[in-house]
Design a protein around this ligand. Structure first.
Ligand code: SAH
Length: 218
């Protein structure tokens, strides 16, 4: 990602110090990525002044860019070392995608709404994220041609683990996703060990709906 003069550098550093470090985000690579990725560019101009606030923001089409802390927490739970191939479901603004692109070898991201996918793709390209592919599609089916994935991140809330995503997870791989009802979910970490599923919960969260064959109806 290219770097030029950025008037948002200070608010971004403050966001990392006050919202992430204080809430036990300890992975230095995650903190560095979030100090670097220009979150304000992923929201419309009128909202830029609020881009580093401790909350989600609307991105159009009734969707939202997640709160910085939630992006950091999910990314930290993925435990990325830098060599992984990652599948993301729910590109949205592309902000989380850009954070993943800093920390993994390749990111394949699926968004069901074409307008959001196009905007995110353009912005990621402009920012020089060359290791990202964005596709329009139905994310609960995964991306079979690119499987297996070392990590899978779902950034919309569904009722359970979509079977195709577990199938496309590599052995010893890890998936992070919100599971629950339409109102509230639990951030869930799923691991594949000897082909078996292991699950643990990592806190409450609130996401927009995951829509698709293995999730909620549109
Ligand atoms: N990570 C995003 C947050 C996006 S909100 C960001 O940082 O901006 C969740 C997104 O998931 C929405 O854009 C929504 O359209 C998308 N979505 C919901 N169900 C989906 C599905 N089955 N496949 C792909 N995208 C989906």
């Amino acid at each position: 990602m290219e770097r030029a003069y950025d008037p948002f550098e200070l608010p971004r550093a403050q966001m990392v110090a006050e919202q992430l470090v204080r809430r036990a985000i300890t992975d230095e690579r995650v903190l560095a990525a979030m100090r670097k990725v220009p979150r304000h560019l992923f929201v419309e101009e009128a909202l830029r002044g609020r881009a580093y606030g401790d909350h989600p923001l609307p991105i159009g089409e009734e969707q939202t860019i997640s709160q910085p802390y939630i992006v950091a927490l999910m990314t930290q739970l993925l435990e990325l070392q830098g060599r992984e191939k990652v599948l993301e479901i729910g590109t949205g603004s592309g902000y989380q995608t850009a954070v993943l692109a800093e920390l993994a070898r390749r990111v394949c991201s699926i968004e069901r709404l074409p307008r959001l996918a196009e905007r995110a793709r353009g912005l990621l390209e402009q920012l020089g994220c060359v290791n990202v592919w964005v596709r329009v599609g139905s994310g609960t089916l995964g991306w079979p041609d690119e499987a297996p994935f070392d990590r899978i991140l779902v950034t919309a809330g569904g009722p359970g683990v979509p079977p195709p995503l577990f199938q496309q997870l590599a052995e010893s791989g890890r998936m992070v996703l919100p599971i629950g009802d339409a109102e509230n979910q639990r951030l869930t970490v799923v691991e594949k060990a000897g082909g078996e599923m292991r699950m643990r919960e990592a806190g409450e969260c609130k996401f927009v709906k995951l829509v698709g064959k293995y999730a909620w109806e549109a």
